[in-house]
Design a protein around this ligand. Structure first.
Ligand SMILES: NC(=O)c1ccc[n+]([C@@H]2O[C@H](COP(=O)([O-])OP(=O)(O)OC[C@H]3O[C@@H](n4cnc5c(N)ncnc54)[C@H](OP(=O)(O)O)[C@@H]3O)[C@@H](O)[C@H]2O)c1
Length: 312
């Protein structure tokens, strides 16, 4: 697969990333009856299809996703060095310890502890990228910058990034860390257009950070995911987006999801979609998004359909 540099780092990553959130079952659902098999098969499919950039988090599947990914890696001796492995920390789940609320924690102790647990579950010596998952309202930027420095000096983490931050939170941390933050993972898709308008993608361009797009298919509804549970207005809008995607897909000889991903790939920030299907044939098919060259007219047609109203 085509590759690119990640932010202002020396890391080269595939143009599309594989997201490991669903390796142990979808959205906190039950663990698949076949145990690790679905998850490992998905990782192998991604490796075979040329994805070299993998996105994980300490909390995915309560740690299971890192463990499954680590298991799959061990089945491919020698492959680790060609990969860029990112994991996240900073979200603490409720009731650990008992009675504690769902919360965010960027304290020195918690970040260091979390990275060590991730490395142990993954069975690797260092994370290529550590991403702070959601902004901690009690973040002390100097403290976090200091932890980043120590983690890098100890060889446990190479580069750092953020996710779901505001522009000002990025700027704060960037100044305290004093080195480039290499990526900002944001929710963006034809179902969620906020990042195009709230300055996050502009900031990525300005700072030379590579944005990665989480839930690039709107959690599946831009594919063939069920629309039930949505407000009727949203359902109608997604239906219209799917219809335009299908029309362009037929013309280009690809599938609907490839067009939805090509729309993200077209952004000048060289945004990297983080795909999350666990089905091998879909993981492979989605790489064809890279063969679609999307013109301005098609891009805007999709934008307007996703907005649900014409541009001013
Ligand atoms: N930073 C954050 O806060 C954050 C939050 C959420 C996610 N993420 C990252 O983003 C990654 C992707 O998120 P996501 O899984 O929500 O992405 P997504 O690509 O928007 O959704 C994937 C889901 O869509 C389903 N789907 C339905 N029809 C599909 C089709 N035709 N083709 C492909 N998939 C289809 C998949 O099911 P099948 O598996 O059955 O194909 C899967 O459950 C995660 O793995 C994680 O790494 C980050």
């Amino acid at each position: 697969m085509e590759s690119q540099v990640l932010g202002r780092s020396a890391l080269r990553v595939s143009r599309m990333a594989y997201g490991c959130w669903r390796l142990a079952g979808s959205e906190g659902g039950p663990v698949p009856v076949d145990g690790d098999r679905t998850g490992r098969r998905a990782v192998h499919a991604a490796l075979d299809a040329g994805y070299t950039f993998f996105d994980l988090a300490d909390i995915y599947g309560g740690g299971e996703c890192e463990r499954i990914f680590g298991g799959a890696l061990r089945e491919r001796p020698g492959i680790r060095d060609g990969l860029v492995i990112a994991s996240k920390c900073g979200i603490r789940l409720p009731d650990v310890p008992v009675g504690a609320p769902h919360r965010y924690d960027f304290s020195r102790e918690y970040i260091v502890w979390s990275v060590e647990q991730s490395l142990r579950r993954l069975g690797i010596e260092a994370l290529d990228v550590l991403i702070l998952h959601r902004p901690d309202y009690l973040m002390d930027p100097e403290e976090v910058g200091g932890v980043f420095g120590r983690l890098r000096a100890s060889g446990k983490v190479r580069e750092f990034g953020v996710s779901n931050f505001t522009c000002s939170q990025v700027a704060l941390l960037q100044r305290a860390w004093g080195n480039p933050l290499v990526t900002h993972q944001v929710e963006v898709s034809l179902r969620n257009l906020g990042a195009l308008e709230n300055g996050l993608l502009d900031q990525c361009l300005m700072e030379g950070m590579t944005p990665t797009a989480w839930s690039p298919l709107g959690r599946g509804v831009l594919g063939t995911g069920a629309l039930d549970g949505m407000e009727p207005v949203q359902m109608e809008r997604v239906g219209r987006v799917r219809a335009v995607l299908d029309e362009l897909a037929e013309r280009e000889g690809v599938g609907r999801t490839e067009i939805a991903l090509a729309w993200l790939l077209r952004h000048p920030s060289r945004m990297i979609p983080v795909v999350g299907s666990v089905q091998p044939e879909r993981i492979v098919a989605m790489t064809r998004a890279l063969d679609v060259s999307m013109g301005r007219e098609d891009w805007y047609r999709l934008l307007v359909t996703g907005r649900g109203e014409r541009l001013p």
